[in-house]
Design a protein around this ligand. Structure first.
Ligand SMILES: [Zn+2]
Length: 344
């Protein structure tokens, strides 16, 4: 399944968002989980903006099945995010070299007519604690400290469509980061290991310092070291130590390298199989922050580029349309400059 097609359209959709609606809006937004009724995120206006975001994506992707999005609104107090998205992911196809690959249901249903699923494809959670920092009523001028709700929803929808990783901070053990895995918890902290897993986004991660080597091969090798499926380990520590020992025996440093790459700037990239330049992912947070590290573009490099939509923290004080105009101009100037250099 060639999912990269989707990723790139999603990344670029922002630029053509001025095009008037051509396609049917394929997103259904459900406000059943709007718990904070005082929040502007629980109003008709907010749902209209969600629909607008859904229309922008529908106009830029070929969608054949409807995508179901739950909007959950709650006052969660101080969190590192204004919003977070939980993408529904399911294993699909046979494991690749023993590693089970998960895909977002929003994507599988577009490509496989036999895929039978009608639950929510994603849940966007809005933290109403930050309502003052969000411009919900887009006819109003935007304050310097506010972010645009339309941009926020577009950003979150991309996570729901698959910009989502299975590399979690809770799988850091000493100076190693392990990939997520399927297992059965047994008595006395023992485990039966089945397999490591990745999602489709993870399969395109590359090491920028190592000739864009795909990290998915690290996971496949680790899977062989830890397996076969149903291997029993007396404790979690035994499991991690065994993987450390086996890597040492084979002269590999996968798990150590993964922790370094996910917590040091400009080390980890996202590169589709059909080539092009790798996108530099944001790995500037140390320690690793789930939902912030890896699944965004490098803040410093892309903040004022046409790819601004996927940086970890939205730049406040500008509406979506102003950013599109400003940063598209920035790209045009860059192209002109590059051509000028080429001709010299
Ligand atoms: Zn995000």
């Amino acid at each position: 399944m060639n999912c990269i097609f989707f990723f790139f359209l999603v990344f670029l959709l922002c630029l053509s968002s001025k095009v008037s609606s051509q396609n049917q809006n394929m997103f259904d937004f459900d406000d059943d989980l709007c718990y904070d009724k005082n929040s502007p995120a629980c109003t008709r206006n907010s749902m209209d903006i969600c629909s607008q975001a859904g229309q922008i994506i529908s106009d830029n992707l070929i969608l054949t099945k409807r995508i179901s999005v739950y909007i959950a609104v709650e006052n969660l107090g101080e969190t590192p995010y204004y919003a977070a998205t939980y993408s529904t992911q399911q294993p699909y196809n046979n494991p690749e070299n023993g590693v089970v690959i998960y895909y977002p249901t929003a994507l599988i249903k577009q490509l496989d007519p036999d895929f039978d699923y009608d639950g929510p494809d994603m849940t966007i959670q809005i933290n109403s604690y930050y309502d003052q920092n969000i411009l919900y009523f887009r006819d109003d001028p935007i304050e310097g400290f506010q972010v645009d709700y339309l941009e926020l929803i577009l950003h979150e929808l991309q996570h729901g469509l698959g910009v989502f990783s299975f590399w979690y901070s809770e799988l850091i053990n000493d100076s190693d980061l392990f990939p997520d895995y399927d297992y059965e918890a047994e008595a006395n902290d023992a485990i039966t290991f089945y397999n490591f897993k990745q999602d489709i986004f993870d399969t395109f991660l590359v090491s920028l310092d190592n000739n864009n080597a795909q990290t998915t091969t690290y996971v496949e090798d680790l899977n062989n070291m830890a397996g076969p499926s149903s291997t029993y380990y007396n404790t979690y520590d035994d499991f991690y130590n065994e993987l450390r020992n086996k890597q040492q025996e084979q002269g590999k440093t996968y798990t150590h390298d993964m922790l370094t790459m996910t917590t040091t700037s400009h080390k980890l990239g996202f590169l589709p199989k059909n080539g092009g330049a790798a996108i530099v992912l944001d790995t500037s947070f140390n320690p690793l922050i789930d939902g912030k590290s890896i699944i965004h573009f490098d803040d410093e490099l892309y903040k004022t580029s046409p790819e601004f939509l996927l940086i970890p923290e939205m730049e406040p004080g500008k509406k979506l349309e102003d950013k599109i105009q400003d940063y598209e101009n920035a790209r045009q100037n860059y192209i002109k400059l590059a051509e000028l250099h080429k001709n010299q």
